[in-house]
Design a protein around this ligand. Structure first.
Ligand code: ASP
Length: 481
């Protein structure tokens, strides 16, 4: 019997996880699921992250050392960053266009929008912002009474602990100077970077530095180091294979946990939450699907040609399904690397540094979603953003997505900064917070697909793409392969 491809097994695990969560919610077993099943999902993410850091370290060193020539590294690095920037700006622009055309925030009933508008005016007055074309609630007794009710409500909304925590994280980023991101890339103690998964860029910096220096020392000295690094990398790749054997089960646990935490013992709640935010979610969803199924294949057709439409998706589907289940590009990175290398035929020299950098800085899905979210939130508060403000969104969403960590909900934290940049209330993230985890799953798939696309383009430009359409191009993660 033909073996079922891994991504299908993962999808089955995913569906069973959701079904289990729904059942356990109806039967009042949510606590059991959260206590006894969800931890296996966390173990899975931990395992993947455990592999990601050393794998990035060894693969970047080995990639650079094997390129053999620092100048071609510089050229490739430049092209990679440019490609990442272009796809990101394209994604924000698509997000902005969609949200302006569909207008999801305008489909909400007028009365709630007036309430929202009043709450915005209260907040803006507090901040000392000038409001143009306002409702001016202070002049109208009816609006004034509404305003009182709204103030009480928004206070309780702000008390939501997880939202407050996210605002604090964003504030720390916001207070930093303009060159802080650059400073953050250079570690003062490399072992500290190794101990924090959020410091991936520092690890990449160190590895690039180390790899380049390896090129400048005599061969008999560098050879044992390169051999060790190559060998260590193989060990970590084998770890990925092993962990992936159990991926379908782990994904089941992960999804069962995520949905149970959302639903508690009342699954109807999830439905209600989605109903209110359905147009917003749909707009984000359409944008993300457009990126995956239209933009990336189009870009590949233009710059690569060799890779057929279906072949591309077949090759990277294990990475995509994993990105969906874990909501983390960093956790997915080891699998993305294997898929791109083995199924798309991108040379190791390219994947080893293009993908780790991509996982940390290239987040097309995240910035598309941020653009939609900001305009949607403005729309439900009866605020028309000017063209200038929308341009600011393009810039800040691009930077915010670069600055977002490759972990669940990172995009939501950085959204606070985008909202701030156009003078909107950062606490509004509370409004879209309930559906964020689900949208995060989809945007992480886009982030990972974008990285795979760019590495194929760079490889093709350097003549390092050896795509073949084998009978079964999907990396099987067989132990004996
Ligand atoms: N979860 C996303 C990622 O890891 C980041 C985000 O948009 O929150 O790529």
């Amino acid at each position: 019997m033909k073996k079922l491809a891994l991504h299908w097994k993962i999808i089955i695990g995913l569906i069973l996880g959701v079904v289990w969560a729904i059942l356990s919610s109806q039967l009042g077993w949510s606590e059991f699921t959260i206590d006894w099943i969800a931890p296996f999902g966390t173990i899975f993410i931990n395992l993947l992250k455990l592999i990601a850091v050393p794998l990035v370290l060894f693969s970047v060193i080995s990639g650079v050392a094997n390129i053999g020539d620092p100048s071609s590294l510089g050229r490739m690095g430049g092209k990679t960053l440019l490609a990442y920037l272009v796809t990101t700006v394209l994604a924000v622009t698509i997000g902005l266009t969609l949200v302006n055309v569909i207008g999801p925030g305008k489909l909400i009933d007028e009365d709630s929008r007036i309430d929202n508008r009043i709450s915005y005016e209260i907040w803006a007055n507090d901040q000392g912002y000038e409001i143009k074309d306002g409702i001016n609630y202070l002049q109208d007794p009816e609006y004034l009474e509404r305003a009182q009710r709204i103030t009480d409500l928004s206070k309780s909304e702000l008390q939501d602990a997880s939202v407050t925590e996210k605002m604090e994280t964003a504030n720390q980023t916001k207070d930093a100077g303009p060159l802080q991101p650059l400073i953050d890339i250079v570690p003062q103690n490399f072992f500290r970077s190794l101990s924090d998964n959020g410091l991936m860029l520092q690890i990449i910096f160190f590895a690039l530095f180390f790899g380049v220096c390896l090129l400048f020392i005599p061969n008999e000295k560098s050879k044992p180091v390169t051999d060790f690094v190559d060998g260590a990398m193989e060990v970590f790749l084998k770890m990925v294979d092993l962990v992936m054997q159990a991926a379908p089960f782990f994904v089941f646990a992960l999804l069962a946990g995520v949905v149970s935490k959302m639903a508690g013992d009342d699954i109807g709640k999830v439905y209600e939450i989605f109903k209110g935010l359905s147009w917003y979610s749909l707009t984000v969803f359409i944008g993300l699907m457009f990126m995956i199924f239209v933009i990336y294949p189009l870009v590949l057709k233009l710059f690569v040609r060799k890779i057929p439409y279906a072949g591309f998706f077949k090759a990277i589907s294990p990475a995509q399904t994993l990105a969906f289940s874990t909501s983390s590009s960093a956790a997915t990175l080891p699998v993305t690397m294997e898929c791109v290398e083995e199924n798309l035929g991108v040379d190791k020299k390219i994947t080893s540094f293009v993908l780790p950098i991509g996982a940390t800085v290239n987040m097309d899905g995240t910035c598309l979603y941020q653009a939609v979210a900001v305009v949607f939130l403005a729309q439900i508060h009866l605020i028309d953003l000017t063209l200038g403000q929308q341009l600011i969104i393009v810039i800040t969403a691009t930077l915010a997505s670069i600055g977002s960590a490759a972990v669940p909900s990172a995009g939501l934290v950085m959204l606070i900064i985008v909202l701030d940049s156009v003078g909107l209330n950062p606490a509004w993230i509370a409004i879209i917070f309930p559906v964020d985890r689900i949208l995060d799953m989809f945007r992480t798939v886009v982030n990972v697909t974008g990285d795979a696309t760019v590495s194929s383009i760079i490889a093709s430009g350097e003549d390092m793409l050896h795509y073949k359409a084998p009978e079964n191009p999907t990396k099987t993660f067989d132990l004996d392969s």
